[in-house]
Ligand binder design. Sequence first.
Ligand code: PDD
Length: 279
Amino acid sequence: RIAYVNGRYVKLAEASVNIEDRGYQFGDGIYEVFYAYHGRLIDEALHFARLTRSRGEIGLAAPMSDAALRVVIQELMRRNRVGTGLIYLQLTRGVAPRDHAFPAARRPALTMTVRPKPAPPEGLAGWHAAAITLPDERWGRCDIKSINLLPNALAREAAKQAGALEAILFDTTGMVTEGASSSIWIVGADNVLRTRALDQRVLPGCTRAALLADVAAEGVTFREEGFSVEALRGAREVFMTSATSFVKPITRLDGAPVGNGAPGLVASRLYTRYLARLK
Ligand code: PDD
């Protein structure tokens, strides 16, 4: 496997960064994850816009133009012979003697890796996945796709230990924020589809944004508004979305079945729409 490190394509096993990189020492950086399907980046414009936004919010300059970034991504996929897979892109404030405040010299460090991911299955029949609920212990700017993922990693590990796929997080008022690495949606007992409105407690998911058009096209009753853990527990359907998980129903929550315990109708319809958009 080949990685991209600051202008060079190197063997992944030999790709390394300086131990004084601020990403390594302070988590001073941001990232993006793209899904490519047969060489095409899905929701590409949304991911590039979010990259620019995350970067801007922490005062990092663009390492190159978006057009040049696209060239690097395509070249990395070519060199790895990966057409369908995930691209991980990380941008940090680069190498400087350790000091919390920003260094005078601006030398952002850009790294990228690619790995294959099988194409999504044709349908959701037989799919089941569990989730657990946990307090959201992250910082107050989760709208920035920061590389500081310790609370997310801890939540995901707790989920794994419980035999679950995702941890669904809730804030101090008992309202659901999002998953450890996904956006969360429910179809409530009132048959209304909901996902939390964007604020600084959640990442503006690209899959979430793209799906809003599908929601409208399906004619599903939808409200962009928060919901409580209680509403989550009483939901007919719960599903998560992300570039890596697409649209994935949660069929068990904290050990109890969600709805009738099988993937729901709304999730299945949106999944079908998602597949149609891929092809
Ligand atoms: N995570 N919320 C969080 C906290 C996330 O980390 C992600 C994505 C999402 C969904 O965003 P999108 O639809 O743009 O992928 C929501 C990526 C995939 C990751 O960290 O691997």
